[in-house]
Design a protein around this ligand. Structure first.
Ligand SMILES: Nc1ncnc2c1ncn2[C@@H]1O[C@H](COP(=O)(O)OP(=O)(O)OP(=O)(O)O)[C@@H](O)[C@H]1O
Ligand SMILES: [Mg+2]
Length: 329
């Protein structure tokens, strides 16, 4: 199998060069910790996420393989990748080689850790590629051409802007502030303004519904802050937009600074072509407009904001010139 893997803070996507998306689920697994300290994976992805809200978690532990886009623990990542591969390739038993996306802001040590975990999980050979490059390829851009491209990825744990051309990264900015912080902002807003406690899953669902709902009212269920009883509240989409606004403004401010590093001709290229934007949180209401204003450049939203990195990584696997230029081993 020739796989492109986007191991994100929030979601893991695995794309096969020929078959397309094989796995697209939350980046979480539930493990049982036994006496010997060897962990056993009980559920991965959506199954694990579903368990979290239901099962008593005393004997189990929910484990996220990444924090803010980087590997925190080699053994955990190896276990996780193995479980994901098992799910992705249930019917096919063939050798696996892959390209894995890494954030531009990750250190050589961090991406070495990821490559090592992947090799130990049975993926050989494995190459790391900047997620921005992979996403660009997934959206049909050619990172080897002489023209400068600027892409922005707003994911769960991190937001990045990366400019590149002709096989090299020109500049990048990273901020560890993205969709997950927006969820927390919604959760806090409901507590303060509506005296309602909700879980992170409900807050995230509300955030996503508001993003696609324009300005209408939405109903959310939670617990009353005073009585602890379950109750419903009506929230306007505009309120949710207002709650996440400070976060998207901060993201835009940080990412826009990358323009300072670019020569005028590079900016002219991006002006002509537009800034490519992807990542789940790029869909938040108002973010594209804020970006357009902050950068002073036209913005183009990717058609597949959540899967273009994995798709592009799978395609990059067969593009030797591209991997020679941008790949990190
Ligand atoms: N339609 C939507 N509107 C707003 N936010 C969304 C939407 N869809 C997904 N999100 C948010 O996007 C984030 C996940 O995006 P994505 O899958 O690109 O992140 P990731 O790649 O896992 O994380 P990272 O790149 O930071 O490691 C989550 O915070 C999720 O709530
Ligand atoms: Mg991502």
């Amino acid at each position: 199998m020739d796989l492109g893997i986007d191991l994100g803070t929030a979601n893991t996507v695995v794309s096969d060069y020929r078959r397309g998306i094989l796995f697209d689920q939350p980046s979480v697994m539930v493990v049982r910790r036994s006496g010997s300290r060897r962990e056993r994976v009980l559920a991965v992805g959506q199954d694990a996420a579903d368990l979290l809200g239901r099962a008593p978690m005393s004997q189990f532990a929910a484990v996220r393989p990444l924090e803010d886009g980087v590997v925190t623990d080699l053994e955990t990542t190896r276990l996780y990748l193995r479980a994901v591969l098992r799910e992705a390739g249930r019917r096919v038993m063939s050798p696996v080689r892959a390209v894995i996306g890494v954030p531009a802001g990750s250190s050589p040590l961090e991406h070495r850790a990821l490559l090592e975990a992947a090799a130990e999980a049975g993926i050989r050979p494995v190459t790391a590629l900047d997620e921005s490059i992979a996403g660009a390829v997934g959206c049909g851009l050619d990172p080897l051409e002489r023209r400068v491209h600027l892409v922005v990825d707003v994911g769960g744990g991190t937001a990045e802007a990366v400019a590149f051309c002709f096989g090299g990264i020109l500049t990048h900015r990273t901020i560890k502030l993205a969709g997950d912080e927006m969820t927390v902002a919604v959760l806090r807003y409901l507590r303060v303004e509506h005296q309602l406690h909700v879980g992170e899953l409900e807050a995230e669902a509300l955030k996503i519904r508001a993003a696609s709902n324009g300005h209408g009212p939405l109903v959310v269920q939670g617990r009353d802050a005073a009585t602890g009883r379950a109750r419903l509240a009506t929230v306007q989409s505009a309120e949710v937009a207002e709650a996440v606004r400070p976060i998207s403004e901060e993201i835009v401010r940080t990412l826009a600074a990358c323009l300072d590093d670019l020569p005028p001709q590079a900016i002219a290229d991006v002006l002509a072509e537009g800034v490519l934007v992807f990542g789940g949180a790029s869909r938040i209401h108002g973010l594209a407009e804020d970006l357009e204003r902050g950068l002073g450049l036209p913005v183009k939203l990717a058609e597949q904001p959540l899967t273009c990195v994995a798709d592009g990584a799978a395609r990059a696997l067969r593009n030797h010139r591209l991997l020679a230029a941008y790949g990190r081993r």
